[in-house]
Write a protein that binds this ligand. Structure first.
Ligand SMILES: [Zn+2]
Length: 319
């Protein structure tokens, strides 16, 4: 293989990392009448559950009633330990009750737009991404792993071994039932990352970021990064990420369907390399659309997976 071919193969087979900010579930899962999902953003969270009464009972004075603000105050004093635990239990129960709608959601498309070489990380606690991951794994198992950077309400882990899974399952090493991991709240102290579950998931993200060729971020702040290409699905004029990223190393899009993930599903690194290194500016041949159902999705992804298998030893070209 020529040197350039080796370079092209390496870059195209490098990971695409997608990071979802807290609240991404709200954008990804639209409510419908049959299966309404009330996915509150953190700031509206307390008004939607009984806890606001508990907070006023203890006379907590909060500046803006955000979960971050309230949790920071609760964490600061030991006398609030009980209500802090109550908050934690309420959150776990509330979010664990979410069920993904039967129709295709942006989460299904997002997972299928990536491959095993890629990573999908989220700050949300709810189980919707996990539920989408389980059902699209029946279409193909060549999908990315998930990283839950603030924990997940339906996941548990073994405190002694590096295994985790759904509630009520057991560690494959010691066979003991998994135990609860600490949910990470905005405003919590950094030492909470000593929790093995979230710490491991952060380590996974860090490893992927070190070798990533492309990063997409759904509406969130970002710290400085050395990666080759960045894509932001957030075009607010005051978006916080703008001050951290070199102006020639990113593109910003409004909405999933305008991103490279929907335009070039499972071919994002290939399309990026072909556009920037090979000067191939082709129209997307196999885009995802908003109206796709699971049958159409299965047919399209099935074709893409077959093509991937044929090129397993080399690389794909998006033409
Ligand atoms: Zn174990």
């Amino acid at each position: 293989m020529e040197l350039y071919d080796k370079y092209e193969q390496t870059m195209k087979n490098s990971p695409h990392v997608v990071i979802l900010d807290a609240g991404a579930s709200v954008s990804a899962i639209s409510c419908d009448d049959e299966n309404p999902i009330n996915t509150p953003l953190l700031n509206g969270f307390l008004k939607k559950i009984w806890l606001s009464d508990s907070i006023s009972d203890i006379g907590l004075k909060t500046a803006n009633n955000t979960l971050e603000d309230i949790y920071t105050q609760l964490a600061a004093r030991n006398e609030y330990a009980e209500i802090r635990n109550e908050l934690d239990e309420t959150i776990r129960k509330y979010f664990a009750s979410f069920t993904i709608p039967d129709k295709v959601t942006t989460y299904d498309l997002l997972i299928l737009s990536l491959r095993k070489k890629d990573l999908l990380a989220t700050f949300d606690w709810d189980p919707l991404l996990l539920q989408a991951h389980q059902r699209v794994s029946k279409i193909t198992d060549d999908i990315p792993d998930l990283a839950f950077l603030h924990g997940n309400v339906v996941a548990e882990c073994c405190p002694n071994h590096k295994y985790g899974g759904l509630i009520e399952s057991a560690c494959s090493e010691c066979n003991k039932p998994f135990t609860k991991h600490i949910l990470f709240y905005p405003g919590k102290q950094k030492e909470d990352y000593a929790d093995p579950f979230t710490f491991d998931h952060y380590k996974v993200l860090k490893n992927y970021l070190q070798k990533a060729y492309l990063i997409s971020i759904f509406a969130c702040d970002v710290t400085k990064s050395d990666v080759e290409g960045l894509e932001f699905i957030d075009v607010r004029p005051d978006a916080a990420w703008k001050k951290y990223v070199h102006p020639y190393h990113y593109r910003a899009y409004s909405g999933f369907f305008n991103s490279c993930l929907a335009k070039h599903p499972r071919r994002t690194t290939e399309a990026f390399f072909d556009r920037t290194e090979n000067c191939i500016y082709s129209d997307p041949a196999t885009p995802f659309s908003e109206t796709m159902d699971f049958t159409e999705l299965k047919t399209l992804v099935g074709k893409l997976v077959l093509e991937e298998k044929r090129h397993r030893e080399s690389y794909l070209t998006v033409a």
